[in-house]
Design a protein around this ligand. Structure first.
Ligand SMILES: Cc1cc2nc3c(=O)[nH]c(=O)nc-3n(C[C@H](O)[C@H](O)[C@H](O)COP(=O)(O)OP(=O)(O)OC[C@H]3O[C@@H](n4cnc5c(N)ncnc54)[C@H](O)[C@@H]3O)c2cc1C
Length: 592
C-alpha cells in the first residue's frame, strides 16, 4: 500500500528560521528518491531538502521566500507502492530531511553505517585537526559520506585563519576602503561628498558581525552533520591517538580520542621577523591590523606581498600615511611585473612612500614612536612611525602537533609532504591546506579537504586541478592564474599573448577605471589558453572564467566566440582572445 510521507525541515543548527530560496517541484510532479524538493538558505551555504522516497508530490506547503523552522512541513509525497513495502527505516544522513510518516509508524531514523575501517575499535572514523577552510570542508565532506567524524579546533570559533582573521574580515574592510575611495573619485564626475567620518567601533562591529555570521553558520552545519566538535589543542600521542587539551573557561581538561584516519589541517601562522620589538603593542601582524585599534597617522607596512598591500589599502583609505617596504625588487612577487604596474602607479600617488629592494634591519622603540632602520638605495636611513605592520609571510604549523608520535615526516620549515590523494608518508594520515605547501590560499585548502575526505571514505579522488588562481584584493585588484608570462619566458615556451587594455572598454571608462588590462597567454602550438592575468576592479571575479577556460582546455577561438554580455569588464577576456587571434575590431592593430 502506498503511503503519504511528510517531508519536514531538517535540523538547521543554530537558526530559528531560514528562507526558502528555491521550490524545485510542483504538486502532481513525479519525483525520484533523493530528488531535491526545495532549497533552504543558511549562512555559508544552501541546503537542498530531498524527497526520502520516490513518488508523486501530493501537496506543497511552502512557496518561494517563506521562512521556515526545524520541523515545519514542506511537502507531502505519495510514495509509489514498492517504495514503502517492506522498506527499512530511512537512513539518517547529513542534511537529510527529518521524515515523519503520515501513518504513525513510530519508526526512528537509523544512523548511516560507518564504512569498514582498519580495526573498528576507534572512537572516530576520521578526526580532522584544525577547522580552517581545509579542515571544516574535510570534516563536512567526511560526515556527508557517512564517516563518524570529529573536528578538533583550539579556538572556540570555527573557520580558522580565513574566516576569523584572514580572507573574510580583510575583505569586509577592503570594501569599506573601496567605497571611501570611490566616493572621493566621484568629484571627478561632478559629484562631491564630504570627508568621511569614521566610527571605528561601528566599522569593527560590522567586520566582526560578518565573521560571527559565517563562523556561527559553520557551527550550525557541523551540528547538522552530527560532527563532534572538540575544542582544545590536539597533539598526537600515537599513530591512531590524540590528546586534546582544553583551556576553555570552566571546560579545561584533557581528553584522549582514537581514530582510524586523521586529516591534518593545522594551517599556518604569521612569520615573526627578528629585530622587531614584538612586545610593543604598536607592532602588529595581520591579525592585529584587522583588530583596527586605531588609525595610526604614520603606518609602516613591512612586506609588499598580497596581505601587506591589502592592509595598506585599508589603512590608507581610512586616513593613515602609509609607507610600504619590500625586500625584493618588485611588489607582489609572483605576479607578472606589468600586472603590478597599474597598482604601483595608483598607490605611489597615495602612499607616503614605497621602498622596493629595501630591508628593514631593525625597529626600535622611541618616545615619539617606532623607529625603523632601512638598508636600500632609495630609503632613508631611518624613519619614525606610529604603528608597524609586519606582513612578511606565513609559516606552516607542521611541527606543532606531535607529528613525530605518528611517524609523519615534516620538513624543517614545517611543511608536510603529501601525494596526489593528500596522503602523508603514513598511509592513514592525510594533510591539507597551508601546512602542505604553497600557494597558501583558502580555495586550495577547501579543494584539498574534499579530496582527503573522499579518499578516507574509499573514493578514488585525487588532486588533478590544473591551476589555482591568485588574487590580491587591492585597488586595483590583481589576479592571475596558470602560467605567468615571466614563467613562460623563463621556460622558453612557444607562447603568444592577447592583451586587451581597459582604456578601450566602455565599461571600464564608465566606472572611471581605464588603467586595467586583461592578458591571456596561449600555447602557440595548440592555441590553448595556459595562463591569464587581469588588473583592475573586479579582476578577482573575472579571473574565474580564465581558470575554467584553462581547466576545459579552451582554445583562443572558444573564448573569443563565446558571446560575452556588453558592456561588461568580462568582455575584455573574449577581446584578449581576439587580440591573440588577430580578429579584434575594438582595437586597431596595424598589420605587420
Ligand atoms: C590577512 C589574511 C588575508 C587572507 N586573505 C586570503 C584571501 O583573500 N583568499 C585566500 O584564498 N586566502 C587568504 N588568506 C590565506 C588563507 O587564510 C589561508 O590560506 C587559509 O586559511 C588556510 O586554511 P587551512 O585550513 O590550511 O588553515 P587555517 O585557516 O590556518 O586553519 C588552521 C586551524 O587549525 C587550528 N589548529 C592548528 N593547530 C592546532 C592544534 N594543534 N589543535 C587544534 N587546533 C589547531 C588553528 O587554530 C586554525 O583554526 C589570507 C590570510 C591572511 C592572514
Amino acid at each position: 500500500m502506498s503511503e503519504s510521507i511528510k517531508v519536514t525541515v531538517p535540523d538547521i543548527g543554530d537558526f530559528d528560521k531560514v528562507p526558502v530560496i528555491e521550490v524545485l517541484v510542483g504538486v502532481g510532479d513525479t519525483v525520484e528518491k533523493e530528488q531535491s524538493l526545495v532549497t533552504l538558505e543558511s549562512d555559508k551555504a544552501t541546503m537542498e531538502v530531498p524527497s526520502p522516497v520516490a513518488g508523486v508530490i501530493e501537496s506543497l506547503e511552502v512557496k518561494l521566500n517563506d521562512e521556515v523552522g526545524e520541523g515545519d512541513l514542506l511537502a507531502v509525497v505519495k510514495a509509489t507502492a514498492d517504495e514503502t513495502e517492506g522498506e527499512a527505516p530511512p537512513e539518517e544522513r547529513a542534511q537529510a530531511p527529518a521524515v515523519e510518516e503520515a501513518t504513525d509508524s513510530g519508526q526512528e531514523a537509523a544512523p548511516a553505517p560507518a564504512p569498514a575501517d582498519d580495526s573498528g575499535e576507534h572512537d572516530f572514523d576520521v578526526v580532522v585537526l584544525g577547522s580552517g577552510p581545509g579542515g571544516y570542508t574535510a570534516a563536512f565532506r567526511a560526515a556527508d559520506l557517512g564517516l563518524k567524524t570529529a573536528l578538533v579546533e583550539r579556538y572556540p570559533s570555527l573557520g580558522g585563519v580565513c574566516l576569523n582573521v584572514g580572507c573574510i574580515p580583510s575583505k569586509a574592510l577592503l570594501h569599506t576602503a573601496q567605497i571611501i575611495d570611490e566616493a572621493a573619485a566621484m568629484a571627478e564626475h561632478g559629484v562631491q561628498f564630504g570627508d568621511p567620518k569614521i566610527d571605528l567601533e561601528r566599522l569593527r562591529g560590522f567586520k566582526d558581525s560578518v565573521v560571527d555570521r559565517l563562523t556561527g553558520g559553520l557551527g550550525g552545519m557541523a551540528k547538522q552533520r552530527k560532527i563532534e566538535v572538540i575544542q582544545g589543542v590536539g597533539s598526537l600521542t600515537g599513530p591512531h591517538a590524540m590528546n586534546i587539551e582544553s583551556s576553555g573557561e570552566g571546560e579545561g581538561g584533557q581528553r584522549s580520542i582514537s581514530f582510524s584516519k586523521l586529516i591534518v589541517a593545522v594551517g599556518s601562522q604569521s612569520v615573526e621577523l627578528p629585530g622587531i620589538p614584538w612586545e610593543d603593542p604598536r607592532v602588529m601582524d595581520s591579525t592585529g591590523a584587522l583588530d583596527l585599534e586605531d588609525i595610526p597617522q604614520r603606518l609602516l607596512v613591512i612586506g609588499g606581498g598580497i596581505i601587506g598591500l591589502e592592509m595598506a589599502c585599508v589603512y590608507s583609505a581610512l586616513g593613515s600615511d602609509v609607507t610600504v617596504v619590500e625586500l625584493l625588487p618588485q611588489l607582489m612577487t609572483g605576479a607578472d611585473p606589468d600586472l603590478v604596474r597599474p597598482l604601483q602607479k595608483r598607490i605611489s600617488g597615495r602612499y607616503k612612500a614605497i621602498y622596493t629592494g629595501t630591508k628593514v634591519t631593525s625597529v626600535k622603540v622611541a618616545d615619539d614612536g617606532l623607529v625603523a632602520y632601512f638598508e636600500g638605495d632609495k630609503a632613508p636611513e631611518s624613519e619614525t612611525y606610529d604603528r608597524v605592520l609586519v606582513a612578511v609571510g606565513r609559516s606552516p604549523n607542521g611541527n606543532k602537533f606531535g607529528a613525530d608520535k605518528a611517524g609523519i615526516e615534516v620538513t624543517e620549515r614545517g611543511f608536510i609532504e603529501v601525494d596526489g590523494q593528500m596522503r602523508t608518508n603514513v598511509p592513514h594520515i592525510f594533510a591539507i591546506g597551508d601546512v602542505v605547501g604553497q600557494p597558501m590560499l583558502a580555495h586550495k585548502a577547501t579543494h584539498e579537504g574534499k579530496i582527503a575526505a573522499e579518499v578516507c571514505a574509499g573514493e578514488k579522488s585525487a588532486f588533478d586541478a590544473r591551476v589555482i588562481p591568485s588574487v590580491a584584493y587591492t585597488d586595483p585588484e590583481v589576479a592571475w592564474v596558470g602560467v605567468t608570462e615571466t614563467e613562460a619566458k623563463e621556460a622558453g615556451a612557444d607562447y603568444g599573448v592577447g592583451k586587451f587594455p581597459w582604456a578601450a572598454s566602455g565599461r571600464a571608462l564608465g566606472i572611471g577605471r581605464p588603467e586595467g588590462f586583461t592578458k591571456l597567454i596561449f600555447d602557440k602550438a595548440t592555441n590553448r589558453i595556459i595562463g591569464a592575468g587581469i588588473v583592475g576592479p573586479h579582476a578577482g571575479d573575472l579571473i574565474a572564467e580564465c581558470a575554467l577556460a584553462i581547466e576545459m582546455g579552451a582554445e583562443a577561438a572558444d573564448i573569443g566566440l563565446t558571446i560575452h554580455p556588453h558592456p561588461t569588464l568580462s568582455e575584455s577576456v573574449a577581446l584578449s582572445a581576439e587580440v591573440f587571434e588577430g580578429t579584434v575590431t575594438d582595437l586597431y592593430i596595424p598589420k605587420r
